[in-house]
Design a protein around this ligand. Structure first.
Ligand SMILES: *[C@@H]1O[C@H](CO)[C@@H](O)[C@H](O)[C@H]1NC(C)=O
Length: 503
């Protein structure tokens, strides 16, 4: 009898341990703290223990067909469904579903006061479905990789927080993907996509723009409209530490006369409080929150920022630090980990020299080459001149902007690399800037037109692939505003046969 009951207790303990990550998912924790979620967004995992419905929707480039991606039994997105659905084509994330039951989904952001998006109807771009692979609880999933001009929004929130009413929010970001442009935000914004004045937003900002804290950034700040704030009226806050870990938890909350910023490493440890105190002066107290929700853009659709979003929620009421600490513990327990950007079959040997032959039927004697700074295709063979063969040969290096991917140095112009500029590929000298490094980083993957070929996508714009178009190389999306984004012949035009270097 004695041994039987202790075996029973042991078995029960195992069951609890196995389900513990989901037993107190973030929105269950916020609800228990009296500050329930009114929106919960993640392409990576369920944010309620009981949530089993779709996390997000992808749309396929070849035929415009959509598919919902649901969680597996461990709560993590079923990425294998996405991978098989998108095989042989490209996919974008078209809807990030709200898990709260209120229907507060995020979709393609409309044009706003600061910017018309480049996509049809002045909308911002949708994110690639494969730009931000990640492991969560041991399963592979995909975050939302926001390139400049990409954004999601909902201007008609059910149960929105307005005026000076209390709310909280958190998000998990990639601490290595950011810039200093306005504004990589998640949170509360204007309902008409215009700048309607100070205090009309309350959104988490992540990047190295705006006011500075200590270190070189990136920082978590608050976008309160017409100002990024990391503290009170002072524009120096040494408590406002740079958050440079691969995964970052960022928290913002506000109530009448009071707000706070918190943050930390999403994979270990506790949260730091960067600021907790009075509202800044100048129209921010009381607040005039309007209640839309934005992701990746500013309230007026300022859309030049970049960053990666994995999960985030908006809550009713001002969450306690204790509640947020429990949410952080749940995020840590979910075990975010990196997943390589390049699968093993498509890795290149560093230091090797390669050439890339076109596979479109018209042009299979052409290789990617350059004439001065213009990257083009030219007819090359083993009997071509040494000069021409060198123009079509590229030395493979670790990616200047991300070590998972690659940069390609010209064989005949050492120190110059292929980079994208204005969506065209160009051969330019490395100036060692963050911008150049990112523009010169590219990730090979299975050929869109077949497994024996390679397609090469831009790290910083993962919807865009090296494409030859009228014998000039671009980074092109599968449909889009430019001639070179044409869907006709896209799969072949972005797929190359890789050979050892012609020179
Ligand atoms: C709005 O939220 C309530 C829950 O607060 C929910 O019952 C209702 O279905 C939601 N409305 C829509 C249109 O989703």
């Amino acid at each position: 009898m004695h041994s039987q009951s202790s075996f029973g207790a042991f078995a029960l303990g195992l069951v609890l341990a196995c389900s513990s990550v989901r037993a107190d998912a973030p929105c269950d924790i916020y609800a228990a703290g009296g500050t329930p979620c009114y929106a919960a967004h993640s392409t990576v995992r369920a944010l309620y223990d009981s949530y089993t419905d779709a996390l997000y929707q992808v749309i396929r480039g070849s035929d415009g067909v959509t598919n919902d991606i649901k969680p597996l039994s461990n709560g993590v997105a079923d990425s294998s469904t996405q991978e098989s659905f998108c095989s042989g084509s490209t996919c974008l994330i078209s809807i990030i579903y709200d898990q709260s039951g209120r229907g507060n989904h995020l979709t393609q952001a409309p044009p706003g006061g600061a910017a018309q998006g480049p996509d049809s109807g002045g909308k911002d771009y949708l994110a690639s479905a494969i730009g931000a692979p990640v492991f969560v609880s041991g399963s592979k999933a995909y975050g939302v990789f926001i390139s400049p001009y990409t954004g999601y929004r909902n201007n008609n929130i059910n149960g929105s927080i307005t005026g000076d009413a209390a709310e909280g929010m958190y998000a998990v970001f990639d601490g290595t993907h950011y810039n200093d442009r306005c504004c990589f935000d998640y949170g509360n914004a204007e309902t008409n996509s215009q700048d309607t004045g100070n205090g009309h937003m309350e959104a988490i900002y992540f990047g190295n723009g705006g006011y500075k804290g200590s270190g070189n950034g990136p920082w978590v700040q608050a976008d309160l409209e017409n100002g990024l704030f990391s503290g009170g009226d002072s524009n120096v806050n040494d408590d406002n530490k740079s958050l440079q870990t691969r995964f970052v938890t960022a928290i913002l909350k506000g109530t009448a006369g009071q707000w706070a910023l918190r943050g930390g490493d999403a994979t270990s440890g506790s949260l730091s409080t960067m600021y907790s105190g009075a509202r800044p002066s100048g129209g921010y107290d009381p607040m005039h929150k309007e209640g839309a929700i934005i992701l990746g853009i500013g309230g007026d659709n300022s859309d030049r920022a970049q960053g990666t979003f994995y999960e985030g929620v908006m809550t009713t009421g001002y969450p306690s630090d204790d509640t947020e600490n429990k949410v952080q513990a749940n995020i840590v327990a979910a075990k975010y980990g990196t997943a390589g950007l390049v699968s093993p079959n498509f890795k290149f040997a560093k230091g090797s020299t390669i050439s890339l032959r076109v596979t479109t039927a018209c042009c299979t004697t052409r290789y990617i080459a350059h004439t001065g700074s213009t990257v083009n295709t030219q007819i090359v063979s083993s009997s071509s001149s040494a000069d021409l063969r060198e123009q079509a040969s590229w030395v493979v290096h670790t990616g200047l902007g991300n070590s998972d991917c690659y940069s390609f140095e010209s064989k005949d112009t050492p120190g110059s690399y292929i980079r994208h500029y204005n969506y065209q590929l160009s051969l330019d000298a490395n100036d060692n800037s963050k911008q150049f490094s990112e523009d010169a980083t590219f990730c090979p993957q299975t050929g869109i037109n077949g497994n024996d070929h390679f397609s090469i996508r831009s790290w910083s714009y993962p919807t865009r692939y090296w494409r030859h178009y009228n014998a000039i190389l671009y980074i092109a999306s599968n449909g889009g505003p430019h001639d070179f984004d044409a869907t006709y012949s896209f799969n072949d035009d972005v797929s190359y046969a890789i050979t050892t270097g012609l020179a």
